[in-house]
Design a protein around this ligand. Structure first.
Ligand SMILES: Nc1nc2c(ncn2[C@@H]2O[C@H](COP(=O)(O)OP(=O)(O)O)[C@@H](O)[C@H]2O)c(=O)[nH]1
Ligand SMILES: [Mg+2]
Ligand SMILES: [Zn+2]
Length: 316
């Protein structure tokens, strides 16, 4: 039997048999746990697996094969810089939720997150939530961000779980696909999903203090399915560090910089820092690329250059 992993609670995996719609509780034999030393979790939500019932009468089953992943979202384990944590796999698109206020915009987070989708060409929707709270200045800030990211080919929308703005359009964008909802804690991932499908009744957390940090209400990634939409709600992320990227990965995955690099003297080898005849630096001077994207790029490069080679991990 084949199925798709909907959620995991420690050692058990809930697997949906798409043909029958039945959910099976599956466990994983020990050999899988040992295979990929660098991973904190051998199976991600979204994995397609083959499994067999333990015996005729039981709903419980054993996973014996993890099918090849079409793509995956991974991050450095929040608990260990030597490990990689798989957030989800086999997704059709990422919905990256963010805010202008409550919590305040952190554009660096967007650029960091895009480094996890870009190498695999995963489509991204940047969704700015809580637009009900925006002042005129905040609307301007959003328009600025929209221009930056739309000009390099990302879809950018605003919405409000509180007043319903943009929710209908979002529901359409989520049809017929598997979408991963990600973003920092407290930006409203669970609230937006509830606004789209009230029947989900996901737990949401209050903003706990004036720092605007949300409380952690979601602790595991979990997939839900409503009609023909599969959505994965994830725990909030505080910061994103990278132990799985080289400096070239960074240079090649800021998409507008990479496009320009054909005109750099050193081509795709150029890191766009101090090299002569660099097309990215030229574009920066004439304002055709975003200064904040460039600053975030330099900060990530510095961080990765400073990282010990042995802290870096391969990909899955
Ligand atoms: N004003 C306003 N508050 C929102 C909106 N969406 C979510 N919130 C609030 O933000 C807090 C965090 O929401 P939650 O959905 O738990 O965020 P998550 O951690 O990203 O899942 C909760 O107090 C929500 O009520 C919105 O569109 N407008
Ligand atoms: Mg949540
Ligand atoms: Zn260059």
């Amino acid at each position: 039997m084949t199925g798709i992993v909907m959620r995991s609670t420690g050692s058990w995996y809930e697997v949906l048999d798409k043909a029958t719609g039945a959910l099976h509780s599956c466990r994983l034999p020990g050999k899988f746990k040992l295979k990929d030393q660098d991973l904190t979790n051998p199976i991600a939500v979204g994995d397609e697996v083959e499994f067999e019932p333990e015996n005729e009468s039981s709903q419980e089953a054993v996973i014996h094969t993890i099918l090849a992943r079409k793509n995956y979202i991974a991050r450095q384990s929040p608990k260990s810089k030597h490990h990689i944590h798989l957030i989800a796999s086999n997704i059709d698109q990422l919905v990256l939720l963010t805010t202008i206020v409550q919590p305040a915009l952190k554009q660096g987070f967007i650029d960091r997150y895009l480094l996890t989708t870009e190498p695999q060409n995963i489509p991204v929707i940047l969704l700015f939530n809580k637009s009900d709270l925006w002042t005129t200045e905040m609307v301007d800030l959003f328009s600025e961000q929209k221009k930056v990211y739309e000009s390099i080919g990302y879809k950018v929308l605003n919405c409000s779980a509180a007043d319903g703005t943009g929710i209908g359009e979002l529901r359409q964008l989520l049809a017929h696909s598997i979408s991963l909802f990600s973003g920092q804690s407290g930006v409203g991932k669970s609230s937006v999903l509830n606004a789209v499908w009230p029947e989900l009744k996901l737990k949401t957390g209050g903003i706990s203090d004036y720092s605007g940090k949300g409380t952690h209400t979601t602790t595991f990634a979990e997939m839900f399915h409503v009609n023909d939409s599969f959505i994965i709600d994830t725990p909030g992320i505080k910061t994103l560090s990278f132990n799985n990227l080289t400096i070239e990965d960074v240079a090649h995955n800021f998409r507008e910089f990479f496009q320009l690099s054909v005109d750099c003297k050193f081509g795709s080898q150029c890191l766009h820092k101090n090299e002569p005849q660099c097309a990215v630096k030229k574009a920066l001077e004439n304002g055709s690329i975003s200064l904040s994207r460039y600053q975030n790029y330099l900060a990530i490069l510095d961080e990765i250059e400073a990282q010990n080679y042995w802290e870096r991990k391969k990909s899955y």
